[in-house]
Design a protein around this ligand. Structure first.
Ligand SMILES: C[S@@+](CC[C@H](N)C(=O)[O-])C[C@H]1O[C@@H](n2cnc3c(N)ncnc32)[C@H](O)[C@@H]1O
Length: 394
């Protein structure tokens, strides 16, 4: 590996000593968690509006840590070529064990600094980079490096820390820095805090004490060698500086006023009139409860235009991540629940990609002559926007 910056050297040392996420909390096993953000098909679709088979796609987990993400990326994209890199050899070793335990197709691992990523051969259809950029000494350069490895229509999934949601973590981190504390001393300080102290409540109640139960977690959270915490405005400006474009939040419902509050009509009206970034700024100032930004990005010059959908030539598929909550209630993975009537429910159950939208809707309308002809089409669109269905060209 190339000579690294001082920050990369310290960060590498930290994650060699304390690989993350801790194996004590997430043992190596063959069963895989399923989070849609690690599915190539889902992130590609929700960034571009286009359905693509994972067959032959090139995917990269940049800063894979102990491999909880790359195990999913591998499992959810049969036929893709999967790569993963990290600074820490100790983390890569555990990640490789997870891939071995999975016993599916291989992953190629690289010990590499994100700041040298452009040296990795080839470009990628999707890059997954969760909780890494903010630990580098130069986040804008890290984003530029990611961009240099992204195909022109490629998708970048990023998770970055929010300075609002992570305020308790940042305060305790600073306290421990001032004390030059290690894990035992930091744990003693927590134990000495009154139980109703806001930092103690944060750790015991919101975090379920996980930082105190796993040494690696304590180090990652409270003793990190390098960490930048963003406002949403800074996320947008760092992306722009790196030649990237914010495409969408992974959980758009958190960022919509009407989903969080019965707002006075005039407040709603003014909120809706704001430009996109100012709506997000308003939300994070009002709620301050998102610890992390999960979002999709692309090349700045890539188009955000959705393909036109001809109902005769497009079919619908149910996402395997959508949940049928029983009865007529469906939930897409963006967290929004949708109540459907019995016939519509049946229609969704039957979305297997075999019939055009036009055929599906006319069959449905035959059973419901009393409804306007395009009703089921409107609901199908709503289900698509909620992450229950995909549209795919026939
Ligand atoms: C908090 S962990 C996240 C691991 C994994 N992405 C996940 O979400 O579970 C941060 C990881 O980023 C890696 N890392 C930090 N700075 C890096 C850099 N400059 N280049 C490559 N990896 C880096 C660390 O070694 C560590 O494994």
């Amino acid at each position: 590996m190339k000579e690294q910056s001082e920050v990369s050297r310290r960060v590498r040392q930290q994650y060699e000593d304390a690989p993350f996420p801790p194996v004590g909390a997430f043992p190596v096993r063959s069963e895989v968690d399923r989070v849609w953000l690690y599915s190539f098909q889902e992130v590609y679709y929700h960034a571009t509006g286009r359905w693509r088979s994972p067959q032959g796609a090139r995917l990269l987990d940049a800063g894979c840590g102990t491999g909880m993400g790359v195990q999913q990326i591998r499992h959810l994209a049969p036929g893709a070529e999967v790569h993963a890199c990290d600074l820490s050899n100790a983390s890569l070793k555990v990640a490789a064990e997870r891939i071995q335990a999975l016993d599916e197709e291989p992953v190629t691992f690289h010990q590499m600094d994100l700041l040298d990523l452009s040296e990795l051969p080839g470009t990628f259809d999707a890059i997954f980079c969760s909780g890494v950029v903010h630990h580098t000494g130069n986040p804008v350069e890290a984003l530029r490096q990611l961009r240099s490895k992204l195909k022109p229509d490629g998708v970048l999934y990023l998770m970055l820390y929010s300075r609002y949601g992570r305020r308790p973590t940042m305060l305790m981190r600073r306290v421990l820095q001032l004390l030059d504390a290690d894990v035992p001393l930091g744990s003693e300080l927590f134990a000495a805090l009154p139980k109703d102290h806001f930092l103690a409540r944060w750790e015991y109640e919101s975090k379920g004490s996980h930082n105190l139960q796993h040494r690696e977690w304590f180090i990652d959270t409270y003793l990190n060698a390098q960490e930048k915490n963003y406002s949403i405005g800074e996320v947008f400006s760092d992306l722009q500086e790196a030649g990237l474009r914010f495409v969408r939040h992974a959980h758009p419902q958190w960022w919509e006023l009407q989903n969080r509050l019965q707002a006075p009509p005039e407040v709603s009206r003014r909120f809706q009139a704001l430009p996109e970034l100012q709506r997000y700024e308003l939300m994070e100032n009002l709620f301050s409860d998102q610890e992390e930004y999960y979002f999709l990005a692309s090349h700045a010059e890539s188009t955000s235009e959705l393909p036109t959908r001809d109902p005769e030539r497009v079919t619908a598929l149910r996402s395997s991540f959508a949940r049928h909550r029983g009865g007529s209630l469906w939930q897409g993975y963006f967290g929004m629940a949708l109540e459907l009537d019995a016939y519509m429910n049946e229609l969704v159950e039957g979305c297997d990609g075999s019939r055009s939208l036009a055929k599906m809707c006319s069959a449905w309308n035959l059973r419901h002559p009393e409804d306007p002809a395009d009703f089921s089409m409107a609901v199908l669109h709503q289900l698509e926007r909620s992450g229950v269905l995909f549209f795919r060209d026939l």
